[in-house]
Design a protein around this ligand. Structure first.
Ligand SMILES: *[C@@H]1O[C@H](CO)[C@@H](O)[C@H](O)[C@H]1NC(C)=O
Length: 223
């Protein structure tokens, strides 16, 4: 009876409540749901249109990043997996399985030359407070672990797309139907004339020139 009660509570009560609260409801693939943004962080000024289309399978979270209005496609060709690609142009996803404002979450980034950054972040202050610990634990062999990435640049149309697949086992999150997660998505823009200054763009505004503000993460329901 206990199991039946728990199932009834989550099916009849929690799922609809989270569905109302969720900023994004992610379907099973091949359907997708878009997180779109055109907002600069923290100013709220305009950013070129950016979109992350999400869907899930029993074992993966699939993300398709689309950067429109891209002019520089700017990266350092000497950088490889888990290099400091965030100094140049990247699209990013911060991912946490659970509903709280996390102190540990996964940071995924991809650059226009198909290089990725794959790291857990330790951010106990939740806002990357000055003088507080802030650390990374890299996933050192992402492709052996089942990550997938594929990038296409369409320079005449100022378009950059990347399709990524991230193993849900990384989060103890396989078969995620009905679960609620926290996420944020970002894009950095720079170029040879402006580097190292960057324009920061994001789905949920952190209200700081800093992406690592977890109370700002959006709420994502896997339906
Ligand atoms: C991107 O990198 C992945 C992993 O190394 C590789 O499988 C894929 O073919 C690459 N795609 C392109 C377009 O370079």
């Amino acid at each position: 009876m206990r199991l039946v009660t728990d199932l009834a509570v989550s099916a009849l009560f929690l799922a609809p409540v989270f569905a109302r609260m969720a900023d994004l409801v992610v379907p099973r693939c091949p359907a997708t749901a878009p997180a779109k943004f055109t907002t600069q962080i923290p100013s709220g000024g305009p950013c070129p249109e950016t979109q992350v289309d999400l869907c899930y399978t029993d074992t993966t979270l699939n993300l398709k990043f689309t950067a429109r209005g891209e002019t520089n496609f700017y990266f350092d060709p000497s950088q490889t997996t888990n290099g400091d690609i965030w100094e140049y142009e990247v699209m990013e996803a911060f991912i946490y399985k659970g509903t709280s404002d996390p102190q540990t979450y996964f940071e995924y980034e991809v650059s226009p030359n198909n290089v990725t950054y794959n790291s857990f972040v330790y951010n106990p202050s939740r806002v990357r407070a000055a003088g507080q610990p802030f650390d990374h634990a890299f996933v050192t062999d992402p492709f052996a672990d089942g990550f997938k990435v594929n990038t296409a640049l369409n320079k005449p149309n100022k378009l950059w797309t990347t399709e990524s697949s991230i193993p849900l086992a990384l989060f103890n999150g396989e078969d995620p139907k009905g679960s609620v997660w926290r996420m944020n998505f970002f894009r950095t823009i720079t170029g040879p004339d402006t580097y190292p200054n960057q324009q920061l763009c994001g789905w949920k505004n952190t209200n700081l020139a800093n992406f690592h503000v977890t109370p700002a993460f959006g709420t994502v329901l896997f339906k």
